[in-house]
Design a protein around this ligand. Structure first.
Ligand code: GDP
Ligand code: MG
Length: 178
């Protein structure tokens, strides 16, 4: 049984919990507890392999979330960095987080091993008030050698399901060589 640990990072209100709950339950509830860190567990099977998935969903900007970035980024095997396409400041925050993940890995002499990351532009349903165009997200992801996906946790499961599945596959591949 493989254990896979993922962490969600991003500005408060970007929709980290909504994206995660959509993945885990296929539902959108609308309101999510925002004052506690949560660790979610789920057993799932991908490509015929049984996995124990653990996902850390921080209450935004908590000291623990910062800790995960400041200490060796060792806890997580992969990251989902979420911003809100209708809030430019959340995009700038995502940019900083991607940088911090990279720096932490380099400091930890793991610069040669790139940790799997997916950059997620959430709230695609709010594209009429979009502040970040899709190409900017795609470029930022390319610069950081990570995957990119725009999604709407409010409206659909499909893209979110795909991005988690793809990230988990990458993590499994990555762990083989560690
Ligand atoms: P977090 O602080 O990053 O965990 O953000 P939450 O998941 O708590 O979401 C913050 C707010 O944005 C909540 O009111 C959600 O209902 C809302 N939200 C999350 N995802 C979406 C989305 O895809 N579209 C829209 N319109 N609202 C969303
Ligand atoms: Mg949350």
């Amino acid at each position: 049984m493989n254990d896979i640990k993922l962490a969600l990072l991003g500005s408060e209100g970007a929709g980290k919990s909504a994206v995660l709950v959509r993945f885990l339950t296929r539902r959108f509830i609308g309101e999510y507890a925002s004052n506690t860190n949560s660790l979610y567990h789920k057993r799932l099977s991908i490509d015929g392999r049984q996995l124990n998935l653990e996902v850390f969903d921080p209450c935004s900007e908590s000291s623990e979330a910062r800790c995960i970035l400041e200490e060796p980024v060792d806890w997580a095997d992969g990251f989902v960095v979420v911003y809100n396409i209708s809030d430019r400041s959340s995009f700038i925050r995502a940019k900083n987080i991607l940088l911090q993940i990279r720096e932490a890995r380099v400091d930890n002499c793991k610069g040669d091993v790139e940790v799997p990351v997916c950059l997620v532009g959430n709230k695609q349903d709010l594209c009429h008030i979009r502040q970040v165009c899709e190409d900017e997200g795609r470029c930022l992801a390319q610069e950081n050698h990570c995957n990119f996906q725009e999604v709407s946790a409010a409206e659909s499961y499909q893209d979110i399901g795909n991005l988690f599945t793809q990230l988990i596959r990458q993590v499994m591949e990555h762990l083989k060589y560690r």
